[in-house]
Design a binder for this molecule. Structure first.
Ligand SMILES: [Zn+2]
Length: 756
């Protein structure tokens, strides 16, 4: 029987005469056919298993910095009122019972939680001379927990503004920028002496008085966007929102970061400074540069937001961390309180949602960190989150060895294009800040539904050594690429790697200056022949020129159009950049038209030579370039043809190679890690009415999932354990190919393979 695999192998021949594929397609097994007919299939994960890389050498654990051994983090975010109401013993007992290694205790900077003598470090009105910070720190230390001194340098009060007008961020008219929620507070400017003088003064005061393990700033640097300030200092900087501004911003962040880090180390050499570093693929400062100096990546990605309602927001953050950390420590903050808009800071969110966010934290290789705000009535009016935290953390503590990730196992890299995410305004046809977010969500969703194992790759980390693990790199409208980055991608292809790109990829350099043609034009054999074409109601179609069942004497079918039957065309995309014709095209453009009135809803031209996709092969390298924004259009429309096209293309690019295969029902996210004991495959169940809106309110368990992976030579399996079910499962070995079944998945399961 012919499998999908052999179809993909035979279907790639370019320029050959037609092959009689009909009978072969008919011979496909029922399951594959069913998956094809339902639009690409969420449960289709067939493919050719390739061996995992040789295992990393075992490191000496004691040589690692202390934070790398942290497995659980806790924080009750202290309010001004807490010194009057919080039961310190109960607070410390709780986090100790949750087995956290570290707690955050507020020093702040907006309000002092100790009798600070630093000018303008205003004492909270319920402090009454008490050393609340010191008491909490002592209570934590008595129980063996480390303490992070938490500061917040982003806001201050009118008396500070009056004495130091230069500390404020300013509007264009010169007025100070105020907190939108409490306009008594002004926003401090990161380019002012506030950051040079005030923050170090507080740090040194804390170091002189207390035994803390490290320092952290909340509220700075900004996440996922850049500040917009018109103060005297900032007016001398490059214009806001430009690549030049971003570079200056990153330099300032890194300079302050390193300065604060040095202050932290003045007392204790293993101390360090860190700050909020979330913001997902947009980041704030350049994540590549930050990754090189950071000791603790604090992903402040606390829950789903109105702008980002897909359930995988935390997992995506974990992938962004993994792209830049080289194995350094990352923790993601899960809000046990109610995130969203509006949100309730002192009320628990749904427990299934809280658990899913922690599941994603672990699955994506970060350390879980539970967070609640305020301790009214002793230790919270709302205690519903507390048992959840203890139960969850207690479970993790039983499985720490398997839950600590060492190295991602993935054979696909998605270039995130941080500069494009932050600075590119979208194409001329659709100017929206959401453009790249929608693009990224589109490729993410498509990869999950195809159960592909993928990493994010930062555009400043395209060295051959980093890329060699990937069979293919995907460039979802990575509009900004420097000449050097284009050259690195060419080197990757010369070394046998495959690439997929689309629309405006490489149309701009690293300074957002447009190029006359794509920076990757030569590599892909594409050339731009016009400006971006948007949609006037009904987008363009892609005519299938090399269908599965071609007429006699026609070009051979192509694997990327496998499964499209009974149609001559499929949807194109919302926007496209017209390309120069190529020989033997697989898809050509049928231009768009209006959607209304229906009398005019027909193509003005039915046949063109404009390619909708350009494919190339050289040795084992395969290249695919779509003229349209296919991933984003998949996200906007949910049209299954686009999903199938993306899946077919990714399978073709990768020669259908898989590092881990997970077959079974449902919509899941999969992560695979090398761990110290062996391997861990994490399965997150997103088959849920609330996967794209609101919170998980209940769980719909999934049936059996068949897992397989090919282990490196000389690696022997001792056991396979399901960590959530807390049971071992039988496994089969066929040579080095390991196969086992996960009988069911509630919200989350981790299959832990112990090897010798
Ligand atoms: Zn400023």
């Amino acid at each position: 029987m012919l499998s999908r695999r052999s179809f993909l192998k035979t279907g790639i021949t370019t320029g050959a005469a037609a092959l009689p594929l009909v009978s072969r397609i008919d011979a496909l097994d029922g399951a594959t056919l069913a998956a094809q007919q339902t639009g690409g299939g969420e449960n289709a994960a067939t493919g050719i298993l390739v061996p995992l890389p040789d295992r990393l050498p075992q490191q000496q654990i004691p040589a690692e910095p202390w934070q790398n051994r942290v497995r659980r983090v806790g924080q009750t975010n202290m309010t001004e009122h807490d010194p009057a109401v919080m039961n310190v013993e109960e607070w410390a007992d709780y986090w100790h019972s949750a087995k956290v290694d570290v707690v955050f205790v507020s020093v702040t900077g907006i309000l002092a939680f100790y009798p600070s003598k630093v000018p303008f470090h205003k004492h909270g009105k319920f402090l009454n001379g008490r050393d609340f910070f010191g008491e909490c720190t002592a209570a934590a230390k008595q129980r063996g927990m480390r303490v992070v001194a938490r500061m917040s340098p982003d806001l201050n009060w009118p008396d500070a503004l009056a004495a130091h007008p230069k500390w404020a961020m300013r509007h264009k008219d010169g007025s100070p920028q105020l907190s939108t929620e409490d306009p008594r507070l002004f926003k401090t400017c990161m380019f002012s002496s506030y950051m040079d003088d005030y923050v170090p003064a507080i740090m040194r005061e804390i170091s002189s008085l207390y035994d803390v393990d490290c320092f952290y700033t909340n509220g700075w640097p900004p996440l996922g966007n850049l500040p917009e300030c018109y103060c005297a200092n900032c007016s001398k900087l490059p214009p806001g929102g430009t690549p030049a501004y971003w570079r200056v911003f990153t330099e300032r962040v890194l300079a302050l970061w390193q300065r604060y880090d040095a202050i932290a180390k003045e007392k204790q050499v293993d101390s360090f400074y860190f700050a909020n570093s979330g913001g997902n693929v947009r980041g704030g400062p350049n994540l590549d540069q930050l990754g090189k100096i950071i000791a603790w990546f604090q992903a402040d990605n606390q829950g789903r937001t109105y702008e980002d309602p897909a359930v995988w927001g935390c997992s995506s953050q974990g992938r962004a961390c993994n792209a830049v950390l080289d194995g350094k420590f990352a923790a993601n903050v899960t809000a046990a309180y109610s995130t969203g808009n509006p949100g309730w800071r002192n009320a628990s969110k749904s427990p299934d949602e809280t658990r899913m966010w922690i599941n994603e934290t672990l699955a994506s290789g970060m350390v879980p960190y539970l967070h609640f705000v305020g301790a009214e009535k002793g230790f919270c009016e709302d205690r519903r989150w507390q048992k959840l935290g203890v139960d969850y953390f207690d479970w993790t503590a039983r499985h720490d060895a398997h839950l600590a990730a060492r190295r991602s196992i993935a054979n696909i890299g998605v270039v995130i294009g941080q500069s494009t995410q932050l600075l590119y305004p979208g194409p001329a046809t659709v100017r929206t800040r959401a453009y790249m977010h929608e693009t990224t969500q589109g490729i993410y969703d498509a990869l999950l539904r195809g159960r592909f194992a993928f990493d994010y790759v930062h555009e400043d980390r395209l060295e051959p050594e980093r890329l060699k693990k990937y069979r293919a790199l995907l460039l979802p409208n990575v509009a900004m690429l420097s000449d050097r980055q284009c050259e690195q991608l060419s080197d990757y292809v010369r070394a046998g790697g495959s690439l997929m790109a689309d629309f405006e990829t490489s149309l701009y350099d690293e300074n957002l200056n447009p190029r006359a043609d794509f920076g990757l034009a030569g590599l892909f054999g594409v050339s731009k022949v016009g400006d971006a074409v948007g949609t006037n109601g009904n987008p363009y179609y892609a005519r299938i020129e090399r269908p599965e069942s071609p007429p006699p004497q026609s070009p051979a079918p192509h694997a990327i159009v496998e499964g499209f039957r009974d149609t001559n065309w499929i949807p194109g995309a919302q926007n496209r950049l017209p390309l120069k014709p190529v020989g033997n095209p697989v898809l050509t453009v049928v231009p768009g038209f209006v959607r209304y009135p229906p009398e005019l809803a027909y193509p003005p031209v039915s046949e063109t030579t404009e390619p909708a996709v350009v494919l190339r092969e050289s040795g084992s390298s395969r290249l695919a370039w779509f003229s349209g924004d296919v991933e984003r259009t998949w996200w906007l429309t949910g049209h299954g043809d686009l999903l199938r096209l993306l899946h077919n293309t990714i399978r073709w690019l990768t020669h259908d190679e898989r590092v881990v295969s997970v077959e079974g029902p449902g919509f899941i996210e999969m992560f695979a890690w090398e761990t110290r004991p062996g391997y861990a495959v994490h399965l997150l169940n997103y088959s849920n009415a609330n996967a794209f809106h609101g919170w998980m309110q209940s769980i719909d368990p999934l049936g059996a999932q068949q897992l397989s992976m090919k282990l490196p030579p000389q690696v022997h399996v001792k056991s396979v354990e399901l960590l959530r079910a807390e049971q071992t499962v039988p496994f089969k070995l066929d040579g080095q190919t390991l196969r086992f079944t996960v009988p069911s998945v509630a919200d989350y399961e981790v299959a832990a393979v112990t090897v010798a």
